[in-house]
Design a binder for this molecule. Structure first.
Ligand code: ARG
Length: 457
């Protein structure tokens, strides 16, 4: 059934119909479409625009349609224009005259704006649960790795030693921020567009506060033109999803490096790796690579929608139909990546000894050696230069700071004493760093306790 045949004298060209139709993807929100219609009808009856009998008939019909689609006995007709026309046509077919009154005081423009908001609200809840799951996995790993040492890098050059708990804690912060970005969006978008009509409201005495509260919104939107043409929340969502992907992608990059033959810091589980068709020895980190790769398509969705929206005059334009496929794809991509990444993390083996070995070489204790001299009264700039010379000496003689004799140390500065060895031990280097947010055990335990509280909230 077409919702708009009256003023036309010719059939729609088949290619035009196909090009225009959105049912192949907007059927994703049939439940939300029906929920919106039920709220609309309850309001119409409350306002005396429909009788209670009509309301009951319509709601009964809509509930039946929802159940039958869910249990598979009603197939969504792919030749319909969109999910809105499909549901309305089914309703009229099932209940007759009363069904024709459903669309009173409503346009597909406010209807689709509502459906999309309802759908996104549900999806945000699901993405949030996946993020929380990932955070719980990180938290568990952090608790058992406060003494797992590994080098911290800057410029991908060994810098100072940290612990795995600390390293994972950085990602904990990122995904925590990702969750709070989703809350912000959820809060800002939670105003109901229903009742905005095509663009200029309606002449019926609609109670917009009532439909808004029935549907769990904080209230109605304040401008009907904006209500039908606002896609800001989708742009914000795609931006938040892009940031989640950027975080997952950085993490994936590290997993790939750590899993390489050169690092061997971790080993991915067989169940999360794949092989090569030609090289029998290979075990590839495809999941991490795919997560990194799929980041591109989520960024693409953000840029695509920003571009679609940039030239649109008020109010609704059909261009806006393009918001759906890319948003759905981005959401599905992020959900898949979060779930798989969490599984990959929780099953991987951690080679603590390889990490520690790596943390011990590469002069990761050079800063601490300089700080030691400062403690003995040497100005920091001089201390920096003395340790620099010592490091150069060690490089030239293939040795490490901690393997030099005290004699040798004292040749570079008389301030060195026998306590230098304790000062540059790996455990000292890490555990002396106990300012808030630092990797030292005491600081880390505090953060882990805060994280625990955060997860229990
Ligand atoms: N499928 C349309 C969309 O997604 C629904 C709104 C149609 N409105 C219209 N005026 N043609 O935007």
């Amino acid at each position: 059934m077409k919702l708009w045949g009256g003023r036309f004298t010719k059939e729609t060209n088949q290619l035009v119909h196909n090009f225009n139709a959105s049912i192949s993807y907007d059927q994703k929100f049939y439940k939300q479409d029906i929920a919106g219609s039920i709220a609309h009808v309850m309001m119409l009856a409350k306002q005396g625009i429909l009788t209670d009998k009509e309301k009951d008939q319509i709601i009964g019909g809509l509930n039946g349609i929802r159940e039958d689609i869910a249990n598979g006995s009603l197939k969504i007709d792919p030749t319909c224009e969109d999910i809105h026309s499909f549901v309305e046509a089914c309703l009229i077919e099932r209940i007759g005259e009363a069904g024709k009154k459903l669309h009173t005081g409503r346009s597909r423009n406010d209807q689709v704006a509502l459906d999309m908001k309802l759908y996104i609200r549900d999806e945000i809840t699901e993405i949030d649960a996946l993020l929380k799951n990932l955070l719980s996995t990180l938290h568990t790993m952090m608790k058992v790795n406060t003494k797992t040492f590994l080098p911290g890098f800057t410029h991908l050059q060994k810098a100072q030693p940290v612990t795995l708990a600390h390293h994972l804690g950085a990602y904990f912060e990122m995904f925590k921020r990702d969750r709070s970005r989703l809350y912000d969006i959820q809060k800002r978008m939670n105003l109901c567009p229903l009742g905005a009509g095509a663009l200029a409201g309606t002449t019926y005495p609609l109670d917009r506060n009532y439909t808004a509260s029935l549907l769990g919104f904080d209230g109605p939107t304040f401008n009907s033109m904006d209500s039908v043409s606002d896609r800001d929340y989708l742009i914000e969502l795609l931006s938040a999803l892009s940031t989640i992907m950027m975080h997952l992608s950085r993490f994936s990059e590290e997993i790939i490096l750590w899993n390489s033959n050169e690092y061997q810091f971790i080993e991915l589980d067989d169940s999360y790796s794949t092989g090569s068709s030609i090289m029998p020895q290979k075990k590839n980190p495809d999941i991490a690579e795919l997560v990194r790769g799929k980041t591109g398509r989520v960024y693409g969705a953000l840029f695509s929608l920003l571009t679609t929206m940039k030239g649109l005059p008020l109010a609704y334009n059909k261009d806006m139909q393009e918001d759906k496929e890319m948003t759905f794809d981005a959401i599905d991509t992020v959900k898949g990546c979060l779930a798989l990444f969490t599984g990959m993390l929780s099953t991987m083996k951690i080679h603590t000894q390889a990490m520690e070995r790596s943390a011990k070489n590469g002069f990761t204790n050079a800063t601490d050696a300089a700080d030691y001299l400062v403690g003995k009264g040497v100005p920091f700039r001089d201390a920096h230069s003395i340790i620099g010379q010592l490091v150069l000496y060690c490089i030239n003689h293939s040795t490490a700071l901690e393997d030099l004799s005290l004699d040798k140390f004292q040749k570079f500065s008389p301030a060195f004493q026998s306590d230098i060895y304790d000062a540059i031990r790996l455990t000292t280097c890490v555990n002396k760093r106990i300012t808030i947010g630092a990797p030292g055990l005491k600081a880390m335990q505090e953060v882990i306790a805060w994280n625990e509280e955060y997860l229990n909230k």
